[in-house]
Design a protein around this ligand. Structure first.
Ligand SMILES: [Ca+2]
Length: 307
């Protein structure tokens, strides 16, 4: 396992980014090198991330990246309650002074330490794609790229012979289709966790509610879970009593690869944002999840703080 992780993330909307950060903070053998914000209101995303780190007494750099995609197929999405449950109203509205951009950080740091870092992409892929465009050698200097994105729409068992093609454009790819295409075609070793697998990584709210007993930042993260789930219930999922751990699973696989089974498959992104099987760009596609092992490890880790 490679301990050094650079995480490209969009916390504040779906709550699973915050849970991925918490998982990373509670993993004994992991060093989060930086948390890089991407897509939409990146300043607010940075404030959310910094507050989680501050409440946990952690000093990890947070870099602000691109708010605007290279090419998107959907308007920028905000559910409107980003940061609530964690930040005060004043903290949400406060102006931040910008620091070094995520893209500059990626180019400088990866060039300084070629082969050292895993890149964990759990949001739109704009920052990494722009860094790859800026420095054509960068993609050869990454230990491994893990991407949460795309949907292949395969049934429970991955069967390439009887495969009919995707029926869904997944959010992270839709947010920046061009960037996703650049990452998928890049030369670094990579593993793709599509929605097909990550949407099986569900954890019941009842299990997550134990976070409330652990002080901060766990308590505030649980508030954010409740606010996000309330939003999903209002949006037509009235019985929503779980969270899908798309982003935590992606980080977890970089630490514990045996949580999933993979298959070498060629993948490309079409103009509309569908991830399709074909072409010459092979990657490790996640095709099965060891759910019991995932659930046990996830809950043991995020609930591991001693109080
Ligand atoms: Ca995300």
């Amino acid at each position: 396992m490679n301990r050094y992780k650079i995480i490209e993330t969009d916390p504040g909307t779906d709550v699973d980014d915050a849970l991925a950060i918490l998982y990373g903070l509670r993993s004994p053998d992991v060093e989060i090198v930086s948390l890089n914000m991407v897509y939409g209101n990146v300043d607010l995303r940075a404030k959310i991330t910094k507050k989680i780190l501050e409440l946990d007494n952690k000093n990890i750099p947070v870099y602000v990246g691109e708010s605007t995609p290279i090419r998107t197929v959907k308007p920028i999405f905000h559910f409107g309650r980003e940061g609530e449950g964690l930040l005060t109203k004043d903290e949400i509205e406060k102006k931040e002074s910008p620091n070094i951009s995520s893209i500059d950080f990626l180019v400088e740091e990866i060039n300084k330490n070629p082969g050292k870092y895993d890149l964990i992409s759990i949001g739109a892929m704009t920052n990494i794609a722009k860094a790859f465009l800026l420095d054509k050698t960068l993609e050869t200097k990454i230990n491994h790229l893990y991407i949460m994105g795309g949907s292949i729409s395969y049934p429970k068992r991955f069967d390439i012979e009887n495969y009919r093609g995707p029926n869904k454009v997944e959010h992270n790819v839709a947010c920046d289709v061009e960037a996703a295409d650049i990452l998928i075609r890049s030369k670094c070793p990579k593993t793709l966790l599509t929605y097909d697998i990550t949407s099986r990584a569900n954890i019941q709210l009842e299990d997550l509610s134990k976070l409330k007993e652990l002080g901060e930042p766990e308590e505030s993260i649980f508030n954010m879970i409740e606010i996000w789930n309330q939003y999903l219930r209002q949006k037509g999922n009235p019985n929503m009593d779980y969270c899908s751990m798309h982003d935590p699973l992606t980080l977890m696989v970089s630490i514990k690869p045996d949580l999933i089974k993979t298959k070498k498959v060629p993948i490309y992104v079409d103009n509309e944002g569908y991830t399709r099987i074909g072409g010459n760009d092979y990657l490790n596609l996640a095709v099965d999840l060891d759910y019991p092992k995932f659930k046990e490890d996830f809950l043991n880790t995020i609930l591991s703080k001693r109080v």
